[in-house]
Write a protein that binds this ligand. Sequence first.
Ligand code: SF4
Length: 82
Amino acid sequence: MRVQADQDKCASSGQCVMTAPDVFDQREYDGVVFLRTDRPSPEQTEDVRYAALICPSRAITVTEELPRRGGQAGGADRLAAG
Ligand code: SF4
């Protein structure tokens, strides 16, 4: 999984940080989101998907990387559009 956060769309509401604090954070001076990592661990993926779902400004985009035959990450399917 890869995650992106569009700082131009972010409304500084903080739901993503409350949902997945190891992945999302907010700038101190204006509360705009920034990523602590763009590749969440398998344990974080459910919370990241939920953060994308509840973001009021749809600023979070999640991209799933599908395994190729042979087990390596390959193509990507976009699941949530920002
Ligand atoms: S939930 Fe969305 S609008 Fe709120 S801080 Fe996170 S990215 Fe910004």
